[in-house]
Write a protein of this length. Structure first.
Length: 235
């Protein structure tokens, strides 16, 4: 089966093409350009490099959250547009799962994306099997303390929130540093996580592909705060 994988959940845009269990092509961009500028040219280059057209794809895998609200919308809109014509199945991949599938070894991996406001989106996975150990969450970095202390070691952090986590817990026994170029979310990780969803029968058709933000947007938070303040004033 031919899989096109896309990630736009964080600062880095990534694209990969996988045929069955073989990675045919992978590309990442962290140039500072917006995902709306880079994503479709990256997809076009990837498909041409592999001699494929959208009609020959069997599955689209795309990170559907948590992550940058704008970034997620760009990736999901692109996949919906590409997949709609043939109603090709889609895998809405957890950003944290995609991060975990991009690395391997023994111990534990925590996928962590910067959620701002002193928080990270995070989840823990077994590094060897990629089995999920915690649900995705948006929490202060300090909220990871119990899991970090009790999980199987060694432990590595990956994602654009990895440095924040490592700097917080680096003095704990069994915490290993991960170089920045190896912390980024890989298109291959999205493809592998998407393939696992296909095998589990949890893929959906394009119309059913939705984001999973895990918290309110800034505009929604500000509106809720204003409404709460107005309610308090009337009372």
């Amino acid at each position: 089966m031919n899989i096109l994988a896309i990630d736009t959940a964080g600062k880095t845009a990534a694209v990969a093409v996988m045929r069955d269990d073989t990675l045919l092509y992978e590309m990442a961009s962290n140039t500072g350009l917006t995902h709306s500028e880079t994503l479709l040219p990256m997809v076009d280059t990837a498909l041409k490099a592999c001699g494929l057209t959208p009609a020959q794809l069997d599955l689209y895998a795309v990170t559907n959250g948590p992550g940058s609200f704008t970034g997620l919308r760009i990736g999901l809109a692109a996949v919906k547009g590409l997949a709609f014509a043939a109603n090709t199945p889609c895998a809405g991949v957890s950003t944290m799962a995609a991060l975990a599938y991009g690395v391997c070894g023994e111990g534990t991996v925590i996928g962590a994306q910067d959620a701002r406001r002193g928080q990270v989106y995070w989840a823990g996975f077994d590094l060897a099997t990629h089995a999920r150990l915690t649900p995705d969450a948006a929490e202060p970095v300090t909220a990871l303390e119990t899991f970090v202390k009790e999980c199987r070691k060694p432990l590595i952090f990956v994602g654009d929130g990895a440095a924040l986590c490592y700097n917080t817990y680096k003095d704990q026994p069994g915490i290993l540093p991960c170089p920045q170029p190896l912390r980024v979310l890989r298109g291959a990780g999205v493809a592998l996580a998407g393939k696992a969803m296909w095998d589990a029968g949890t893929c959906v058709f394009p119309a059913e592909l939705l984001p999973d933000y895990h918290r309110l947007s800034q505009a929604e938070r500000e509106r809720a705060e204003r409404e709460a303040a107005q309610q308090s004033a009337t009372n």
